[in-house]
Design a binder for this molecule. Structure first.
Ligand SMILES: O=P(O)(O)OC[C@H]1O[C@](O)(COP(=O)(O)O)[C@@H](O)[C@@H]1O
Ligand SMILES: [Mg+2]
Ligand SMILES: [Mg+2]
Length: 335
């Protein structure tokens, strides 16, 4: 890998050499990266910047909003609304869609995001992140409305996340594999630090919130039970467990060394298909994982093939190392 390739150069080359991304999409991704840089600075300041703690409000899903949830949401909107590459945005933290105001030029893309993932980890100084997904406006569409956003994940034209941890790392796909960029604070730019990310097909590490065990469905119970039996059990090997409670950080670990992540449907709220959001979390992460050779399902079908019916739709999520995801998915079909 050539040295010191900035995100800008990487994207220009994707556009020029490989013809993979149109100019508008390149500019849009640069703006998203700039917004992530600004969120990263706010996260770094923490208590010194007055950004910790609750905002005293609730989002459309009834979750208490943290100050950083709102700050990150505003940073992403303000950075993206005037550039002329977007028609609209949707966010986990906004009730409805955000249509680019008439005073700005309109573009052909739609941006969806979870501005701050892992909100429960903000105040305790544990890795958090931003997750985003880019769709194209349907052809011949005159005005943007919520229906334009309801496209399955297999229609995404770009997806990524930025993890604010010991390093700030931006992970991106435009459908040609996964690349990772690390924020160089002295240069002020994201620098390519890994290309062609590949997730090992097998793993001995699972991530699930074990405190929900009594609420799980049989296939999930069976899978975890077999892992817990270790060398003496049917899997014939010992498993390790990790649960950061920031999807973005759990997925980043899986991108780096493999593993399986599950936030399955459970009996606590049986009418909801799961906890995580299809449009802002599962679709972008599902595509990134697939682009790195992994798999992502809801236990029954590929996440990317789910036709959304609501903006804030929730979904059961099983993703990561391919052979493990296939195994859990097959346990669901045997019921
Ligand atoms: O606290 P729990 O139930 O284990 O949930 C953790 C999960 O919730 C989430 O934090 C939800 O994301 P938000 O912080 O964006 O609401 C995921 O990142 C994470 O995997
Ligand atoms: Mg989230
Ligand atoms: Mg969030």
């Amino acid at each position: 890998m050539a040295k010191n390739i900035s995100l800008t150069r990487y994207l220009v080359e994707q556009q020029r050499v490989d013809g993979l991304i149109p100019g508008q999409l390149r500019l849009l991704l640069e703006v998203v990266a700039r917004a992530c840089k600004s969120i990263s600075h706010a996260v770094n300041k923490g208590a010194l910047g007055g950004v910790l703690g609750s905002a005293g409000s609730e989002n459309v899903q009834g979750e208490v909003q943290k100050k950083l949830d709102i700050i990150a949401n505003e940073v992403l909107i303000e950075a993206n609304e005037w550039g002329g590459h977007l028609a609209g945005m949707a966010s986990e933290e906004m009730d409805g869609i955000y249509v680019v105001p008439n005073r700005y030029p309109k573009g052909e893309y739609l941006l969806l995001f979870d501005p701050l993932d892992g909100s429960s980890n903000i105040d305790v100084n544990v890795s958090i992140g931003t997750i985003f997904s880019v769709l194209k406006m349907p052809e011949d569409d005159r005005g943007v409305d919520e229906g334009d956003f309801l496209q399955p994940g297999n229609q995404q034209v770009a997806a990524g996340y930025c993890v604010y941890g010991p390093q700030t790392t931006l992970v991106l796909t435009v459908g040609d594999g996964v690349a990772m960029f690390t924020l160089d604070r002295e240069q002020g730019s994201f620098v390519l630090t890994q290309e062609n990310v590949r997730i090992p097909e097998d793993t001995k590490e699972f991530a699930i919130n074990m405190s929900n065990m009594r609420h799980w469905d049989e296939p999930v119970k069976r899978y975890i039970d077999e892992c817990l039996q270790g060398k003496e059990g049917p899997r014939g090997k010992d498993f390790n467990m990790r649960w950061i409670a920031s999807m973005v950080a759990d997925v980043h670990r899986i991108m780096t060394r493999g593993g399986i992540f599950m936030y399955p449907w459970d009996k606590r709220e049986p009418h909801k298909p799961g906890k995580l959001r299809l449009m802002y979390e599962a679709n972008p992460m599902g595509w990134l994982i697939e682009q790195a050779g992994g798999a992502a399902t809801n236990g029954k079908q590929r996440i990317l093939d789910i036709q959304p019916t609501q903006l804030h739709e929730r979904v059961s999520v099983i993703l990561g190392s391919k052979n493990e995801v296939d195994r859990v998915t097959s346990y669901h079909s045997k019921l």
